[in-house]
Ligand binder design. Structure first.
Ligand code: UDP
Ligand code: MG
Length: 330
């Protein structure tokens, strides 16, 4: 029997590139016919004709499964939804906008057959992205590597292949604040990097602006390290020590010289500085507290409006098998 490979494609307002994407991916997977294929499109609450397009593709291509989420949940939950519905022995995650060249899948599979659990794509070039985005991204990965105990490879996106056991492990992590790059790294397992050139979008516009990227970075840091909380402790100790010595010095000076009362500027600067530092760390505390709040609500990560599995024999058989298993354990 052939092995089944699933390709998970989160899509949010991608009607402009989806037909193009299907053509490209079809070329690649048709040439790799020693495998069975499933393409899982996840419509992440698109406001354009993405869902209609997916359904239309589905009537023409029996390898396509579709998951339609109830609204826009964001890329990370959409990806999780895709992973959860993928039936493959290995699963590839790829963006719909063709920035990740589907041709790389062949090399992914090679690595997988060689015994690696994860094969991920590393960008050597990033065309069509501003220098500011590149610079901040590089910095972010350097800082993350230093302050947390998971090593997230730099210049790596979500584009990768994962073995079944990796996907199952990933799906056990149910946290609401899903920083996928970190979760991938957390899982561990033997991984192999494959270099490629990242192209500009084939069509349409990016869904990530700088504000979103900043929040993404915050998510990454707060999900994987409590270092910012510790900074407060040490800064507090430093400032207290300084205050102690400064206090002693000022007291002695006043006793010996009988100082009158100038010092208004010093006073106001000190007050503003300490007020600022305190507010900053209350803010950081709040970031963590808010996340704890969200996690304790324990809501599902996403809601599925409709799931239509592929009609191909392999997928249909696995879906049926899983349903039988499910009924048996009920
Ligand atoms: N995406 C999604 N939900 C969102 C935002 C994005 O499913 O809320 C998908 C999008 O359709 C695309 C992928 O995530 O397939 C990457 O998005 P994009 O290309 O906009 O990000 P960038 O490549 O600019 O980082
Ligand atoms: Mg993109």
């Amino acid at each position: 029997m052939k092995k089944l490979i699933s390709i998970v494609v989160p899509a949010y307002n991608e009607e402009q590139v989806l037909p193009l994407f299907h053509v490209r991916i079809d070329q690649v997977i048709t040439s790799l016919d020693c495998y069975d294929w499933e393409i899982v499109f996840v419509n992440d609450g698109s406001k354009d004709g993405t869902q209609r397009l997916i359904e239309e593709l589905q009537t023409r291509d029996p390898r396509i499964s579709s998951v339609n989420l109830s609204r826009n949940f964001g890329k990370e939950p959409a990806m999780t939804a895709g992973l959860e519905h993928a039936r493959g022995d290995a699963v590839v995650v790829i963006d719909a906008d063709l920035q990740d060249p589907p041709e790389l899948i062949e090399q992914f599979l090679q690595a997988w057959e060689d015994g690696f659990d994860i094969a991920y794509a590393v960008r050597t070039h990033r065309d069509g992205e501003t220098w500011l985005k590149k610079a901040t991204a590089a910095r972010f990965y350097r800082v993350m590597g230093k302050v947390s105990n998971v090593q997230i490879p730099a210049d790596t996106g979500d584009y990768r292949l994962m073995s079944r056991r990796t996907v199952d492990a990933l799906l056990k992590l149910r946290e609401h604040h899903r920083f996928m790059k970190g979760l991938f790294a957390w899982v561990g397992f033997p991984s192999k990097a494959i270099e490629y050139r990242r192209y500009p979008r084939a069509a349409g516009i990016t869904k990530f602006n700088y504000w979103k990227l900043w929040n993404f970075a915050l998510e990454g840091i707060t999900s994987f390290t409590i270092a910012p909380l510790k900074v407060a402790t040490y800064l507090g100790i430093l400032i207290s020590m300084f205050a102690f010595f400064a206090g002693t010095w000022i007291t002695l000076k006043t006793l010996l010289r009988g100082d009158p009362v100038p010092g208004y500027p010093t006073l106001i600067v000190t007050m503003l500085f300490l007020g600022g530092v305190q507010l900053l760390f209350i803010g950081i505390l709040g970031e963590y507290l808010g996340r704890i709040y969200n996690e304790t609500k324990n809501r599902p990560l996403y809601l599925v409006q409709q799931y239509r599995p592929a009609t191909s024999a392999t997928v249909a058989e696995r879906v049926q098998h899983q349903q039988l298993e499910h009924n048996r354990t009920q």
